[in-house]
Design a protein around this ligand. Structure first.
Ligand code: ZN
Length: 305
């Protein structure tokens, strides 16, 4: 049966001026990867850009069209920008915390004042501006204001496992959380996306780290040793952190900037063995999963156990 190529969503329209202008400008572009859900690397990059362009300057505009009032007032400042896995938290000086999650649909853009936006105004869910920069979050399904207590009690944020974008992430804790997922026994492909185990990994790193370990995504976790699970999480973290500051997300650098091992390459030849990469669906959300059937054979025996 022919292997379908993964369909990509159309790219966001370009929102940035040429690089030469960017170097001279006080703002820079927040890069997301069209066609892929933002993963931890993207959110950490968004956080760095917002920190650099909006941090500790008075906000001249705060627009949250779908968030119940009261809203923070102009003049407020962002004291801290925090990425936790795929969640972004903007801590304002009045005690409000703006929480966003982009899921599959959202994106952050950063503009100069007066610059034309790349998407329709009706799609804006957050607008934050200073005298120098305008940050717009489009179509994020989660935008909410929290206070310190609500942040502590937030069910999704409380449940998050260690953030693999953090080089000091507690991998033993992640393996412990993973072992606690018992009924029904999940597959390694599903578990790597479970943000309660460890946060930051999305579909790209899930697929590519499993390729690097020669593991079929459908392998039940009980067939994989704790040592191998820890190594998988460590390598997923390394891939994420290698891309926090890069222009193009890359997991196979020897194949050039932007090259991935298997993700998004359905039907294309494996970079190691030339076998066509297969695409299937896995788990409750039936996300596409990519694998090389030769390098990642079904029920690969874990020689490490
Ligand atoms: Zn292969």
């Amino acid at each position: 049966m022919p292997v379908p190529r993964a369909r990509r969503r159309p790219a966001d329209p370009p929102v940035h001026a040429p690089d030469a202008d960017l170097r001279a400008a006080p703002v820079d572009v927040i890069r997301t990867y069209p066609g892929a859900m933002p993963e931890g690397d993207t959110i950490h990059r968004v956080a760095a850009s917002l920190r650099r362009s909006l941090g500790d300057r008075p906000l001249t505009r705060i627009e949250l069209p779908r968030v119940p009032r009261p809203h923070p007032t102009p003049g407020s400042r962002i004291q801290q920008v925090e990425a936790r896995g795929k969640h972004l938290l903007l801590h304002l000086d009045g005690g409000s915390i703006l929480h966003t999650h982009l899921r599959m649909s959202g994106s952050w853009h950063l503009y100069r004042p007066g610059q034309r936006w790349g998407r329709a105004r009706a799609a804006a869910r957050v607008v934050l501006a200073t005298d120098d920069a305008v940050a717009v979050c489009f179509l994020a399904p989660i935008v909410e204001l929290l206070d310190a207590q609500a942040l502590r009690r937030h069910p999704s944020l409380r449940a998050l496992g260690p953030d693999l974008c953090d080089p000091a992430a507690d991998l033993d804790e992640a393996v412990h959380r993973l072992a606690a997922l018992r009924v029904p026994p999940p597959t390694i492909g599903e578990v790597l996306l479970d943000q309660r185990v460890a946060c930051g990994v999305g579909n790209v790193y899930r697929c590519d780290v499993l390729f690097l370990h020669g593991l079929d995504p459908a392998t039940p976790i009980q067939d994989i040793s704790a040592r191998r699970l820890r190594a998988l999480l460590a390598d997923a973290g390394e891939l994420l952190r290698a891309n926090v500051t890069t222009v193009e997300r890359t997991t196979a650098p020897q194949a050039g900037p932007g090259a991935l091992w298997v993700h998004g390459r359905g039907g294309a030849p494996c970079r190691r063995c030339a076998t066509p990469i297969e695409v299937s669906r896995l788990g409750e959300q039936a996300r596409h999963v990519y694998r090389c059937p030769r390098c990642q054979p079904s029920r690969a025996c874990d020689g490490d156990s």
